[in-house]
Design a protein around this ligand. Structure first.
Ligand SMILES: Cc1ncc(COP(=O)(O)O)c(C=O)c1O
Length: 404
């Protein structure tokens, strides 16, 4: 575990054609670069095997349907979903959370009910709940954070009541990299009769995830942060929950029978997949799953752990630099240079060919909690190594020189 980064056998930059030599891409938490294996799967899907799914009577479409459903099984296995039909393909995590909020929330929430979120949530795990709370009369609570930037589960335990119907938390914070004790969160939610939704956007690319073992009820993630394509993601939900949820969008593919007198709906996952799906996106997601499984999620987690340790240690040696988040954050390091706006930090680093993210990271309540309006954020992937951290530090020293 304590091997230095450079001696780890995990340097996959050669798999990524869009990362030129000398460019340090440190914005994987926003979106990951794509390995050739994913690009090839997408190209094959359009250039060789393309057809629609679930509808065609011709062989090409039947084969594509088989490939599409095989991808669903592969994704289910990847996240430890007990059944493939518990995997609903959506546009991304944002759509997955909106789906649960609108469908489950619309059917189950009533005035006086409460929804538990946390201060560090991405706007995608806040605004959908605000929309449904407004519609149903439910109310929202936000669990506070510990000093080092984790969701404070002791405080949350004290806040939870029998009125709470759902707890929705980030498995890994996109700003602080802090990792939730998801099993404990599940036990706390279930202890008051609430469900647990985990936003797994930042967890799935950087650690093994087994939704059944975690005890979650819903789990969402986006393929594009997992080295896959944009426009596709996953909502996993327990069978009995999905089966009891009404559709949230109507259209083709989600019905059983349609008449003007009465329309009946298909069982999940089709019930929640209205319209022609992102067929090739699903194949790209499957290829991304294959790619990270070949490397191994344990190896990726260990690699990013080492990078974070090295980055935090190097950054803390710079003067007037504030580090956010816990020491053992997963693949993500947020920081601020005193007297320099993070946007300026990002712009000057770009001149040094280092790409980081600067801004509120779609987490304005967290920024307010930290007392800043933005942070700079470096986030890692399988293509990063010690050289990227060295480039980041050199770039930050240049920022310091420029700003005096
Ligand atoms: C923790 C977290 N949740 C949700 C999202 C939203 O993901 P998407 O924009 O792919 O739907 C992100 C993306 O930045 C994220 O980091």
């Amino acid at each position: 575990m304590d091997m230095p980064v450079s001696s780890r056998p995990l340097d996959h930059v050669a798999d990524f054609p869009a990362i030129p030599q000398g460019w340090s891409y440190l914005d994987t938490a926003a979106t990951a670069q794509k390995p050739q294996a994913v690009i090839d799967a997408i190209a094959r899907g359009y250039a060789e095997t393309y057809a629609t799914v679930h509808r065609g009577v011709y062989q090409r479409s039947s084969e594509m349907t088989l490939a599409f459903e095989a991808a669903r099984r592969r994704v289910a296995g990847f996240i430890g979903a007990p059944l493939p039909d518990e995997v609903v393909f959506v546009r991304g995590a944002t759509e997955g959370i909106n789906l649960v909020a609108q469908s489950w929330g619309g059917a189950n929430l009533k005035p006086g009910d409460r929804i538990m979120l946390s201060v560090l949530e991405h706007h995608s795990n806040i605004v959908p709940w605000q929309l449904i709370a407004e519609r149903t009369g439910a109310e929202i609570d936000a669990a506070p954070l510990t000093e080092d930037g984790r969701i404070d589960l002791d405080a949350m335990a004290a806040m939870l009541t029998a009125r709470h119907r759902i707890v929705a938390l980030a498995h890994v914070s996109n700003v602080l990299g802090s990792v939730l004790d998801a099993k404990r969160a599940a036990a706390l939610a279930h202890g008051v009769g609430a469900l647990l939704l985990l936003d797994g956007c930042q967890a799935v690319p950087r650690m093994p995830v087994d939704v059944a073992d975690l005890g979650a009820d819903f789990y969402v993630f986006s393929a594009h942060k997992l080295y896959g394509p944009t426009g596709i993601g996953v909502l996993w939900g327990r069978t009995e929950l999905l089966a009891a949820m009404p559709p949230w969008q109507g259209g083709g593919a989600m019905i059983d029978q349609v008449s003007f007198a009465r329309t009946t709906y298909a069982p999940p996952p089709a019930r929640f997949e209205a319209g022609t799906p992102h067929v090739v996106g699903v194949l790209g997601l499957e290829a991304a799953v294959g790619y990270v499984e070949r490397i191994g999620l344990e190896a990726i987690a260990a690699h990013e752990e080492a990078l974070v340790r090295e980055a935090r240690s190097a950054l803390s040696s710079l003067s007037s630099l504030r580090l956010f988040g816990p020491e053992d954050s997963a693949g993500i390091v947020s920081f601020a240079l005193e007297g320099v706006h993070p946007h300026d930090v990002g712009t000057i680093l770009d001149e040094s060919r280092v790409a980081i993210r600067a801004g509120h990271h779609c987490a304005q309540p967290l920024m307010a909690h930290l007392g800043v309006d933005a942070t700079a954020r470096a986030s890692f992937g399988v293509y990063n190594g010690r050289g990227d951290i060295e480039a980041l530090v050199r770039g930050l020293e240049r920022v310091r020189r420029i700003f005096g």
